[in-house]
Design a protein around this ligand. Structure first.
Ligand code: NAP
Length: 310
């Protein structure tokens, strides 16, 4: 166990965690951020952000993440690469059990974000990295001048299809309904010669070739029952996210979908424990709302620590 007792431990270094760490450190709290991979969360794998206020034009998510990290560290926040496995939150000293040992803190801000949801098809996991991808901006370059499909109808699927249409010969956008969930601003961007939207269709099977790589998909029209095969080099799955909250099960209240039940005030119901960003129940998951949560959580954490001292 690490000897030091931190004022604040922040789990996750996406926009929520990085902002929470910035605000905590700037308020004079000794602050440690724990991140299992590199900082930035999903933001760092988004190559075009055009709706983060103050950054007109197109902003690279990796660059924005790096700026947030540097800003938090400039006020004294420390960053550790450590995956949190479980939490012991009773009492005034909170313990975070990580792969790299235990960390103790007087309060905890949970900002673990969310991970991509899978389609749940039998060979999906085996084909990951062999034609199945969950990150167009990470893997799109491998499919230059090839034909791919994006599965989903939300903002991520629409943004991925637009991005891939600039690289690939042909992009199918396969959605299970007859109307996109994505915001209206994507309708015009998707009107490109090499983008074809396939409505009312679900992926019944991911087809693979003799080398064990994706060769296409078999789709089923949910209205007519008809099936159709598409020949593809890659399948980009963009069907939403699952909150990365497993490590907190039993220690912090979660809703039926696994999101922290904390509301806008970020209070989780466990004294001294706050939840910020995509991991909590909320109507809009954006970088700006994650960052706002991080600031609110830090404010609440500071107030909690002051109350504890009285
Ligand atoms: P999302 O909004 O939850 O959309 C998921 C999409 O996948 C929906 O269209 C859903 O269909 C479909 N889907 C879910 N499960 C499926 C399955 N098993 N098979 C086939 N289709 C399935 O997720 P998201 O697009 O990742 O967006 C998450 C959040 O991030 C949203 O709040 C979004 O606004 C935000 N975001 C914003 C931007 C931006 O502003 N630039 C970019 C990316 C994401 P139904 O429509 O039928 O439910």
């Amino acid at each position: 166990m690490e000897e030091r007792l931190w004022d604040a431990a922040v789990v996750g270094a996406g926009p929520a965690g990085l902002t929470a760490a910035l605000y905590c450190a700037r308020a004079g709290l000794s602050t440690v951020m724990l991140e299992k991979l590199s900082p930035g969360g999903q933001m760092a794998t988004t190559n075009e952000i055009e709706n983060y206020p103050g950054f007109p034009g197109v902003t690279d998510g990796f660059e924005l993440a790096d700026r947030m990290r540097r800003q938090a560290e400039s006020f004294g926040a420390s960053q550790r690469s450590a995956e949190v496995l479980s939490l012991r939150l009773e009492g005034a000293e909170k313990v975070l059990v990580t792969k790299a040992g235990e960390i103790r803190a007087r309060c905890v801000i949970l900002a673990p974000g969310a991970a991509p949801r899978e389609l749940g098809l039998p060979n999906e996991a085996a084909l990951r990295g062999k034609g199945v991808s969950y990150c167009a901006t990470c893997d799109g370059a491998f499919y230059r001048k090839k034909t791919v499909a994006v599965i989903g109808g939300g903002d991520t699927a629409a943004a991925d299809a637009v991005f891939l249409s600039g690289l690939c010969e042909k992009v199918y956008l396969v959605h299970r309904r007859g109307k996109l969930r994505a915001s209206g601003s994507y309708a015009k961007k998707l009107q490109k010669e090499n983008v074809e939207i396939v409505w009312d269709s679900v992926v019944e099977e991911i087809l693979e070739n003799e080398k064990g790589r994706v060769s296409g998909v078999r789709l089923r029209n949910v209205k007519t029952g008809e099936t159709r095969a598409l020949t593809l080099s890659g399948v980009f799955v963009a069907v939403g996210n699952i909150p990365a909250t497993d490590f907190a099960k039993g220690a912090v209240p979660l809703d039926e979908a696994g999101y922290f039940t904390a509301g806008e005030d970020t209070q989780t119901g466990v004294p001294g424990v706050f939840a910020a960003g995509d991991c909590r129940r909320k109507p809009l998951r954006q970088i700006v709302t994650a960052a706002a949560d991080g600031a609110v959580a830090a404010y609440a954490a500071e107030a909690y620590l002051q109350d504890q001292q009285q």
